[in-house]
Design a protein around this ligand. Sequence first.
Ligand code: ZN
Ligand code: ZN
Length: 183
Amino acid sequence: MDYLNNSIYTQMFLHIKAMRNNNDRHQFACMICGDELVYDTKSNDYECMYCHEVQQSQIYCPNGHFVCDECHSSDAIGLLQMMLVHETETNPIEIVEKAFVHQSFSFHGPEHHSFVPTAILIALKNRNVARSDGESITDEIILEGIRRGSKIPGGFCGYAEACGACVGVGVAIALFTGSTPKK
Ligand SMILES: [Zn+2]
Ligand SMILES: [Zn+2]
């Protein structure tokens, strides 16, 4: 599976996970950068990098990262559903990187199939790009992208020799153009 290790997608994923995992004491490490968390005696306001809610916390990363408890414990699909509402980023690569560092994303897993269309559609929505029919990209459209992506089964990539995440690009385009089996 050398081709897997050479893809930019894979390299990016491994790099980010390695940064996070280089600290053995996981529960004391920032889930974004892997640095040791600071346990302060007083609380300060921090903005969650996923839902952008400002919360008080005594625990912080020296590099300025903060993830609220709800986002920290979210599963992968829950994270995507939350990001589609709150994410303001317009670069799909940035959105992908943000999801990658979340602990719910493993190296292999069907969640990748949902998160590619989600990242593309969120970026288009945040750039105010209209769909082919002139309508805007709504949260409902992005939710449909998550649903369709989640129907691509785990292991699909190896069994079909077509990466499920790449099929997810097609899902984004289908929702952008409004294509159906008859159209
Ligand atoms: Zn950090
Ligand atoms: Zn949050």
